[in-house]
Design a protein around this ligand. Structure first.
Ligand code: BES
Ligand code: ZN
Ligand code: ZN
Length: 501
């Protein structure tokens, strides 16, 4: 799908499907919609009356133009309240690609309404994200549907703007939207792939491919099992012990062409499959556990987009990659492991493995001397109990850093909410025979106690932890730009965060 910006001329705007957002309660059409209505001799207003279409968000109406416009079909999309927000623009664009496919449209034109709730480049960016993200499906293992999806592919998606001057502004947003959405889709693909395919080794190959594609800006270090032993990464080694697949620690570095203004580390949880280990998960909870590397996938998506976005920030992408399996070699409840930082952990539940691998990766990141560390991890079911399936929990030791992350998330339409690192709960993670234990011993506040555990491995660097156990995976097609399956959550927020640093 090629996405372009085009100046809007009501009569001559040719497309198989002309998408026209209409605000709620509009008695009379305004702006470009009014111009189209006039040019077609009242086609749009007639349709609104016939279909009792009032512009409610989520509603739509279609009709063939029968030659009264250059476009073959018109799709009126309810846009809700004026002005058009980035979030609504994103959703409407996503819905239009789905409806365009149903209508066998190859060329779609999306007419930007008058009354934008954000600067034009930001709206164009949101429209682009909606179109690309809403059009994505993981069909690799469904041959028939894959063929059909390819046949019905949309060739061109034009964002129609008022005049020549606006074309350049829209193009800027489109380009940004394209880069960030492709990075999100890259992450989705990695997460959707079954764990039998996306083994630690394969995931490492993927990281290497990202570096290879951009040798000028991105370098990579892969620490294998032996290197991990030399580094005394006892946490990662302990989690990997039960699996036949060896563990890795990958470290990608993006260096800008100019001198870097800041240095940040993005750390991702990279458990390619979480069976729970000897503290085996019940089968229902295990079904989706190929998603337990979604933090790592998001980090890789981010790294893949940096050369094109070219921020003047040095970015380190780090992940401890391994598989959590039960076997005769697996770590047992009660085992005590020594982490890279030197702190010891009593493993009381082998299913609380993410924090054990992150203990090493966060320490590795801190030793790089970065200005900030952000980790993304499908860390706790408790975070989903607290915030539901669509909202990520953010915890941090630094007020300014959380604000930057929450602002970036809001502008990208990714739902995040801060949870407090309650000092009074810290004692819950202290162990009887080691420095820390990996579970708190209470059913309550599990997302927070996990966050406090991670904080034990950070000395003084500003750090934020994003628990994306819920939003990493969409169980249903509830959000139009997030079709069922892996969402690629976190990629766009992190790219926005890095660019705004
Ligand atoms: N990977 C899971 C967390 C998870 C749950 C991610 C659901 C996505 C969806 C994590 O390793 C885990 O198993 N956490 C345990 C921690 C508990 C043993 C303290 C949990 O949440 O039950
Ligand atoms: Zn687990
Ligand atoms: Zn896990």
């Amino acid at each position: 799908m090629r996405i372009i910006a085009q100046a809007h001329e009501p009569k001559s705007l040719a497309a198989d499907l002309l998408v026209v957002p209409v605000f709620k309660g509009a008695k009379r059409l305004s702006g470009p919609a009014a111009a189209l209505d006039k040019a077609s001799g009242g086609l749009l207003s007639d349709l609104m009356v016939q279909e009792k279409f009032e512009g409610k968000e989520g509603k739509h109406a279609t009709l063939r133009t029968m030659g009264r416009l250059a476009a073959t079909k018109v799709l009126l999309l309810g846009a809700g309240d004026k002005p058009l927000s980035e979030m609504t623009a994103r959703k409407l664009a996503a819905r239009s690609t789905v409806l365009a496919r149903q209508a066998h449209a190859k060329k779609v034109a999306f007419v930007l309404p008058d009354g934008l709730g954000a600067p034009l480049p930001d709206i164009a960016e949101a429209v682009t994200e909606g179109a690309i993200l809403g059009d994505y499906r993981f069909l690799k293992y469904k041959d028939e549907q894959m063929k059909e999806h390819a046949e019905k592919a949309i060739d061109e998606f034009a964002v129609a703007v008022a005049g020549k001057k606006d074309v350049a502004a829209a193009e800027k947003g489109i380009r940004q939207g394209e880069i960030c959405s492709r990075a999100t889709i890259l992450a989705r693909g990695l997460v959707n792939e079954p764990a039998s395919e996306m083994t630690p080794e394969r995931l490492v190959h993927f990281a290497q491919a990202i570096a290879k594609a951009n040798p000028k800006r991105i370098s990579i270090k892969v620490h294998d099992e032996k290197a991990l032993r030399d580094m005394k990464a006892g946490g990662i080694l302990a989690v990997a012990k039960g699996s036949d697949e060896p563990p890795y620690l990958v470290h990608l570095t993006y260096k800008p062409a100019k001198k870097a203004r800041k240095k940040v580390a993005i750390v991702g949880k990279g458990i390619t499959f979480d069976s729970g280990g000897l503290s085996l998960k019940p089968s229902e909870s295990m079904e989706d556990m190929k998603i337990d590397m979604a933090g790592c996938a998001a980090m890789l998506g981010v790294m893949s987009a940096l050369p094109e976005l070219a921020p003047d920030v040095e970015v380190h992408g780090i992940s401890g990659i391994c598989e959590n399996m039960p076997s005769g070699k697996a770590t047992r409840p009660g085992d005590i492991v020594r982490t890279m930082k030197g702190k010891t952990i009593e493993i009381l539940n082998t299913d609380a493995e993410g924090r054990v691998t992150l203990a090493d990766t966060l320490h590795y990141a801190e030793k790089l001397g970065v200005d900030a560390i952000v980790d993304m991890a499908t860390l706790t079911g408790a975070c989903m109990v607290a915030l539901g399936q669509e909202v990520a929990g953010v915890m941090s030791n630094d007020r300014k850093l959380v604000k930057r992350i929450l602002d970036a998330a809001a502008s990208e339409g990714e739902l995040m909410w801060e949870l407090p690192l309650v000092e009074e709960y810290r004692g819950l993670m202290k162990a009887h025979q080691a420095d820390l234990k990996n579970i708190s011993g209470t059913r309550y506040g599990g997302a927070i106690t996990a966050g406090l555990f991670l904080e034990e491995f950070i000395d003084k660097t500003p750090w934020a932890h994003i628990d994306l156990a819920g939003p990493a995976w969409a169980e249903k097609d509830t959000v139009p730009h997030q079709p069922r399956g892996a969402t690629g959550f976190g990629v766009r927020t992190m790219l926005e965060f890095i660019q705004k640093l």
